[in-house]
Design a protein around this ligand. Structure first.
Ligand SMILES: [Zn+2]
Length: 523
């Protein structure tokens, strides 16, 4: 069975995505995270093209990056037309980056050689051959990215093949066929890759797919099935325009569907975490519906699915979520039956009887009728389950709160809140200010409790969403608030519903506090 190498270009092609601008420290951290997934090669950037990438390679070489398994590569372009390799600034910057391996991009489409470079096809071939040979002579391992290969192959197959042969014969260990415009479909990729594999039988052939037809993963798989043994992609599929091939889908597909062990079983378990951590560092929200690694990738809502899953977990899921470090999630909704409640209680570690399960289900239906939804608020659901079964400790009790919002003469909005709370027999009063009434309420609550509930010290509200449920009734509408909280390690979601947005927010907030205090109550 051929080995398939993974080549990550998150830090180079991935950062071409609009709105992504990682710092050098971010890039160093992401490289470390990707290393834990055991991708074979990590492309750090294009040294010399911008100060940030140059600094990245300098700091990596100075010991700030300690890759345990992956090989760091630097990306660059073949020499200039009619230029000299020895004095070419791009090739010089590649040498200076100090990596063991480099990836050189060169033009494989005759149109681009003539029009973009203004060079003859012969010179186009010499640029590739000279540059690869030069870097090989300097002791580098060289990968060659054949830009626009598929379009070039359709326009002038002989020239496109000459380009990859020139790279291979000059010492490139892998020729990577790039669908630079991302317009190809799998059948075309398969056919072309098969022909190239036959034409350069002694050199490794790779694939670099873009997602402009939403087929980057499918195209990469088609290439592998046609004989490619090197696959380039990015974490979460980030990249210019519609992105690059998504390694978070490609890796499990290669491993679990095509039986090609690209990483170890233990590595694969990290993939969900890696997907989320990379997104976090890049300040991106993760797509909950992303295959394999999304929060909802193994989430089930329909009651029929859930009762079948209770019997056998393989009935409604294509792979075991544990293989990719994800979890089966059962969504609680009006559709759900008693089986969901029973499974959820096991997930939460709350003991319930059959009779309690039915009562909880009844309660969920009543609450959903007035606008609650527990699908995105597991923590509130766990608290509800604990309330109904007498397993919810009450750590604090609200007496009252008041908020004032003022638009000052200078146009600045200020909000103030006062909260009166009981902890046991002690009555505590706190005031707070904030940029809005909910923020002020949170500050007032924290001021009131002081140091008495230390578990809340690390609690941080990450996200706050408001939805108006029956817009038909205008300002009299019901409001649902969803709050996502974190203590730096865990994340949890809570929900509150009320005709008043501030009261709905308080319900969601107080559930968030209660949930944070649960662990403490259990010791
Ligand atoms: Zn690309």
């Amino acid at each position: 069975m051929p080995r398939v190498d993974l080549y990550d270009t998150t830090l180079r092609d991935g950062t071409q995505q609009q709105g992504i601008a990682p710092t050098v420290a971010d890039k160093l951290r992401i490289a470390g995270v990707l290393d834990s997934l055991n991708v074979g090669y990590i492309e750090g950037g294009w040294p010399g093209s911008n100060p940030k990438d140059t600094e990245f390679f300098r700091r990596a070489a100075a010991g700030e990056l300690d890759l345990k398994r992956a090989i760091l590569t630097a990306f660059g372009m073949t020499r200039r037309p009619k230029g000299d390799v020895a004095t070419d600034p791009t090739l010089g910057a590649l040498l200076e980056a100090g990596t063991q391996a480099v990836c050189l991009v060169g033009k494989a489409w005759d149109l681009h050689v003539r029009e973009a470079l203004g060079a003859s096809l012969e010179e186009g071939l010499r640029m590739v051959a000279d540059s690869v040979a030069f870097l090989r002579g300097e002791g580098k391992r060289v990968f060659f990215d054949a830009e626009h290969f598929f379009d070039g192959y359709d326009a002038d197959a002989a020239f496109a093949l000459d380009v990859v042969r020139a790279a291979a014969e000059s010492g490139a260990e892998c020729v990577v066929l790039c669908d630079t415009n991302g317009g190809a479909l799998p059948e075309r990729i398969h056919r072309t890759v098969s022909e190239v594999v036959a034409a350069v039988p002694t050199t490794q052939v790779g694939i670099h797919a873009h997602n402009d037809t939403d087929c980057a993963v499918a195209n990469s798989l088609a290439a592998v099935q046609a004989g490619a043994t090197h696959v380039q992609g990015t974490a979460n599929g980030i990249g210019e325009r519609c992105g690059n091939a998504n390694l978070m889908s490609l890796i499990p597909n290669l491993q679990l569907k095509l039986d090609l062990p690209v990483v170890t079983e233990d590595d694969l378990i990290h993939i969900t975490h890696v997907a989320h951590e990379v997104a976090e560092v890049l300040n991106l929200t993760t797509n909950p519906h992303a295959p394999y690694v999304g929060h909802a990738a193994f989430a089930h809502k329909a009651g029929l699915h859930v009762s079948a899953l209770a019997k056998r977990t393989d009935t409604y899921q294509h792979v075991d979520p544990a293989l990719v470090g994800n979890d089966l999630r059962l969504l609680v909704s009006e559709l759900a039956g008693r089986a969901t409640v029973v499974l959820k209680s096991a997930e939460f570690g709350v003991d319930i009887t059959d009779e309690q399960a039915l009562r909880i289900l009844q309660r969920v239906k009543e609450l959903e009728h007035v606008g609650y939804t527990f699908e995105a608020a597991d923590a509130s659901f766990e608290l509800l389950m604990r309330s109904e079964t007498g397993q919810r400790p009450q750590r604090f009790r609200l007496e009252s709160f008041r908020t004032i919002v003022e638009r000052r003469e200078d146009g600045v909005m200020v909000a103030e809140a006062t909260v009166k709370i009981w902890i046991g027999e002690e009555r505590l009063i706190g005031t707070g200010e904030g940029n809005g009434p909910v923020d002020a309420l949170d500050h007032a609550f924290r001021a009131a409790i002081g140091q008495r509930l230390p578990a809340l010290g690390s609690l941080h509200l990450e996200d706050y969403k408001v939805r108006i449920l029956d817009p038909g009734s205008g300002t009299g509408a019901t409001t649902r608030v969803l709050v996502r909280s974190t203590d730096g390690e865990r994340e949890w979601e809570t929900v509150g519903v009320s005709p008043n947005v501030i009261e709905a927010s308080w319900f969601a907030l107080s559930d968030a506090y209660d949930y944070a205090l649960l662990d403490e109550s259990h010791g």
